[in-house]
Design a protein around this ligand. Structure first.
Ligand code: MN
Length: 252
């Protein structure tokens, strides 16, 4: 550790101890015993500024921040990926530090905490990390247009036409009350459209997600304010990554 770093650490420690001391001796004692009982990295004094150590990392976007403009601006994408998604990853790492979940794959954490009352924070952050990683890949600067033939045949068999499938996605996206997600899913040999609230996804309901549209306000508010339908229609027309959905198709 160089001198500058050591000085910064020392300064941070004295500020922290000063704050604790002015809050009273009882608080200081409690904080000290908590620190002693937690040898994990989560209680290190650098946690406030450095990304917490943990098994999960924020995936890079598969395109540049400005690549989806003007449908989704670089400003929206920067906040959505760099702030919102990053917070889910950081909070997940903090919530699972020193627990059995730290050694589990993401999907297993989601399945193990779904509906478990005292694991809500772990579930919400794990599921949102999964959902957002899936959402980025559901969009493409070259999106919209016609699905690849194999997917198009399945869409036509299940919905009648690609346009009818898009209409169902719009209805699901605008019909989701409050925060959530619209999904194209595979159920056996059929495709279907669904929507879920907050952090939930079709994974917990036994169907296979093919693509998703984030309809939390943070996904569109900077660009569209309250006009969710305009955001969804633009995504459907210009950004939807049918190739990604086709890649996700299972054999049945
Ligand atoms: Mn989001």
């Amino acid at each position: 550790m160089d001198n500058l770093h050591r000085d910064r650490l020392a300064a941070r420690f004295s500020r922290r101890d000063l704050l604790l001391a002015t809050a009273g001796v009882a608080t200081l004692g409690a904080a000290a015993s908590t620190r002693a009982a937690e040898p994990a990295a989560a209680s290190a004094p650098t946690a406030a500024t450095a990304a917490p150590a943990g098994p999960f990392t924020l995936p890079a976007l598969p395109y540049a921040d400005g690549a989806l403009d003007p449908v989704i601006s670089a400003n929206t994408l920067g906040f959505h990926h760099g702030k919102h998604h990053r917070a889910y990853v950081d909070n997940l790492n903090k919530a699972i530090a020193g627990t059995v979940f730290a050694a589990m794959p993401l999907e297993k954490i989601i399945a193990a905490t779904y509906g478990v009352a005292d694991k809500t924070a772990v579930y919400n952050n794990a599921a949102q990390h999964w959902n957002h990683s899936f959402y980025w890949r559901s969009l493409s600067p070259q999106g919209g247009g016609e699905p690849p033939a194999a997917l198009r045949h399945k869409i036509e068999a299940s919905f009648g036409s690609v346009a009818a499938c898009q209409k169902e996605l719009l209805t699901a996206a605008t019909g989701q009350f409050g925060s959530g997600w619209a999904w194209l899913v595979q159920e056996g040999d059929k495709l279907a459209v669904s929507h879920t609230g907050n952090a939930d996804s079709p994974l917990s309901k036994g169907s296979k997600p093919l693509l998703t549209i984030d309809v939390w306000e943070h996904a569109y508010y900077l660009d569209y304010q309250n006009r969710r339908a305009d955001y969804v229609n633009a995504v459907l027309a210009k950004l939807l990554n049918w190739g990604f959905a086709a890649d996700n198709l299972g054999s049945a």
